[in-house]
Design a protein around this ligand. Sequence first.
Ligand code: HEM
Length: 264
Amino acid sequence: MGPTPRLNIIDPKLVKEILSNTELFQKPATIKLLLTGILAYDGEKWAKHRKLVNPAFQIEKLKLLVPAMYSSCCEMISNWEALVSTKGSRELDVWPYLSNLTANVISRTTFGSNYEEGKLIFQLLREQSDFAIQRLQSSFIPGWRKTKLGGLVLPGGVEIFVPIMEIHHDPDFWGEDSKDFKPQRFSEGISKASKVQGTFLPFGGGSRICIGQNFALVEAKTDLATILKRFSFQLSPSYVHAPSVAWVTVQPQHGAHLILQKLF
Ligand code: HEM
């Protein structure tokens, strides 16, 4: 990346070693210049902030946010219902609605009733941090001394990157159909979906695992349950499966085209 040598690591054993040794494998210094907050901190400062923020993400606290999540989802569904009303079914790219829903939920739950203002702040922050977060995501630097990683000896200053999306699409782990959109591969649980353990890392791993993991999962379940009460849906023939890393998470490059059917 720029003048910094970078090593991509996909071997699950080495990935585990990196994620579990946060003292040795720290966030790159350039990122610390670009971004402040728990995501960019290391060592004691990170531990202090993580401890401070952790209680807000406990499942009991998250349950209290479900009504706000439900309200935001109902607003989105009302828009869909208005669009579908005449024929009872139609094709819709739901991606812009779902991205907006996430912004809404975070604004509503962190900024309370003043969530329109929160939404604006959220969007500004999102634009500003775009570059910084992309660089930060799962990249680590083992300091300026020689470091051992598995059987490798890394010279000081090499940046290590864990390309989560590539790991999630590697045929050696997921089989020949690894690049297909096939949610049913998880039908018997995550451990049976992959041939190799430690290759499903949507929220990272180790002590720096995503603090918002439960928030995201509670929201996803609330949204899905709310949507399924009012609509059935299937993938539209115009959907093109082309995930790409944009901002923090993987996003569908050409949208998420569904055929929505209103349930009466
Ligand atoms: C589907 C949704 C989400 C995904 C896939 C996701 C993914 C990730 C990943 C992979 C990391 C580790 C990054 C690294 O190792 O450098 C991370 C860290 C983090 N995420 Fe998330 N995240 C999601 C939602 C959220 C939400 C909703 C929040 C907050 C409300 C959040 C807050 C954070 C924070 C603060 C960190 C840094 C944790 C630390 O360094 O101690 N995330 N996330």
